[in-house]
Design a protein around this ligand. Structure first.
Ligand code: KG4
Ligand code: ZN
Length: 334
């Protein structure tokens, strides 16, 4: 079965073709830069960029894969959660093409896409596993027992991990999108320079990152003028606090559920220090850790095409034409 995937939930237009027999045939991502001057995503600008990019990228992916439109068996698009207008561009494009090509469409949950993204790799995890989903909007531990079988074990009570990276980057004067820039700056700094708090570390599987961001903000105010090295030290110390929190809680999630496989996905899973630390820990403690390749950590069409294909194969069909800007993962089933 050949599935076209369309991702337009935020500021990336992601398009891909996934075949259940041949794997991923082609994919393209356009990352919108029109938001840079505003320091964050402007929903209306995001929708307009998706309108401009979705059809040309679909054409590019079809050309790259060397398939005919008549070879495509279904279209999967991100139905939610995300920005309403941005989601509607993907949903309407999918439904228009579905009607024209007379093939079924299916709305996919964005977070299901993220947590199944490691399945696109050569050594995919078997079910069940614990997924640590760390993106710009979510920080969650999920017990994944199969397609559509997700149990939320813990989540952030305030800022998501990626949001904390972005807000801290802004405090340090780094341009949007700040997370990856903060991580790059952190490589030049001393992670032990500042002892930032690790909230909710001692118990449970919930996170709280807003206090950490406030601690950085107070430190920046206290220091006044800061030079580049101090900035790098703050970035490295902040990153260390987030990574230590994620690693300790990940081990707790595995221990409490008796699981041996950990999947890390979502934008923050692109963080190299997090990947190195978890890989080392997995060897020491005897659990297996799986990540998507770097380009599939952040938003992309491949994860939507993959998740959509698995659901089509199980007989799932679109129930309505609505997008769901707010859509808890726990509402999913099969
Ligand atoms: O999954 P994603 O592309 O979008 C959402 O669904 O939210 O995640 C984007 C988030 C942003 O907050 C971004 O700053 C963060 O992932 N991010 C990173 C890195 N790359 C992206 N955070 C830390 N280190 C990185 N290397
Ligand atoms: Zn995402």
């Amino acid at each position: 079965m050949l599935v076209l995937g369309i991702e337009t939930s935020c500021d990336e237009t992601g398009i891909a073709l996934f075949d259940d027999q041949k794997g991923l045939l082609a994919h393209e991502v356009f990352s919108q830069l029109s938001h840079t001057v505003y320091g964050g995503v402007v929903p209306e600008l995001a929708s307009r960029d998706h309108v401009r990019k979705t059809i040309p990228l679909i054409q590019a992916v079809i050309d790259k894969a060397g398939v005919a439109t008549s070879d495509i068996d279904g279209i999967a698009y991100t139905k939610g959660p995300g920005l309403a207008g941005a989601l509607m561009v993907g949903a309407m494009t999918a439904q228009g093409l579905g009607l024209a090509w007379q093939i079924p469409t299916l709305g996919v949950h964005h977070l299901e896409g993220h947590l199944l993204a490691p399945m696109l790799e050569e050594n995919p995890p078997a079910f069940p596993f614990i997924a640590l989903l760390v993106s710009g909007g979510h920080s969650q531990f999920i017990l994944v027992e199969g397609l559509g079988q997700y149990t939320l074990l813990g989540e952030s009570v305030d800022d998501a991990a990626g949001e904390a990276f972005d807000k801290t980057a802004k405090l340090l004067g780094l341009p949007y999108p700040g997370g990856p820039k903060l991580a790059a700056l952190a490589t030049q700094g001393n992670p032990k320079a500042y002892a930032f708090p690790r909230p909710l570390l001692r118990q449970g599987l919930d996170f709280s990152f807003s206090g950490l961001k406030t601690a950085v903000s107070q430190m920046v105010l206290k220091l006044g003028e800061i030079d580049e090295q101090t900035k790098a030290d703050i970035a490295a110390s902040f990153e260390e606090a987030v990574i230590e929190t994620l690693c300790i809680k990940a081990q707790r999630a595995l221990a409490e559920t008796g699981q041996e496989r950990l999947v890390i996905s979502g934008g923050v899973s692109a963080n190299l220090k997090l990947r190195q630390t978890l890989s080392q820990l997995s060897q020491e403690k005897g659990f297996a850790v799986f990540y998507p390749r770097l380009e599939f950590c952040t938003d992309n069409g491949a994860m939507i095409a993959y998740a959509g294909c698995q659901r089509f194969l199980k007989g799932d069909v679109d129930s309505d034409c609505q997008v769901k800007p707010r859509w808890p993962l726990s509402e999913l089933s099969l």
